[in-house]
Design a protein around this ligand. Structure first.
Ligand code: THU
Length: 131
């Protein structure tokens, strides 16, 4: 895993807007052109409108003009001492916006890294093939 990518995620962890859960999450995407795009979770008093860190990063990448094949590596981290992995909604979005073979690194506050390929996170997911 790229250490600079993890640091970029940790650098924005405190920017998470976690008024209701106090559960900070940050995601960072390494792009093939060398740039890094980060995202944090942003909550809302209407809880269901909260946006996860992974989706914030992916939607920002898209906004900046990047496409699926530009993504090389993904990091997700939190302040927790245990493994935290992307939620089901994020896995669904990642299955469409991140290449299947890209590594998704989940890093805990004790620097333990769990790495899975994006396609391993959502077996039998829904896709445009099903439409
Ligand atoms: N959260 C994320 O940002 N990413 C995930 O994959 C899991 C959950 C956020 C949503 C909410 O703001 C907080 O973590 C607690 O659920």
């Amino acid at each position: 895993m790229n250490k600079e990518l993890l640091q970029a995620a940790r650098d924005v962890l405190d920017n998470a807007y976690v008024k209701y859960s106090n559960f900070h999450v940050a995601a960072a995407l390494k792009m093939k052109d060398g740039s890094i795009i980060t995202g944090v979770n942003v909550e809302n008093a209407s809880f269901g409108l909260s946006n996860c860190a992974e989706r914030t990063a992916l939607f920002t990448a898209r906004t900046q003009g990047y496409v699926k094949d530009d993504i090389e590596e993904v990091v997700v981290t939190t302040k927790q001492a245990h493994l935290v992995s992307p939620c089901g909604a994020c896995r669904q979005v990642m299955s469409e916006l991140v290449p299947a073979d890209v590594n998704v690194h989940m890093v805990d506050a004790r620097d333990r890294v769990t790495t899975l390929k994006n396609k391993e996170l959502l077996p039998y997911g829904f896709s445009d093939d099903d439409l």
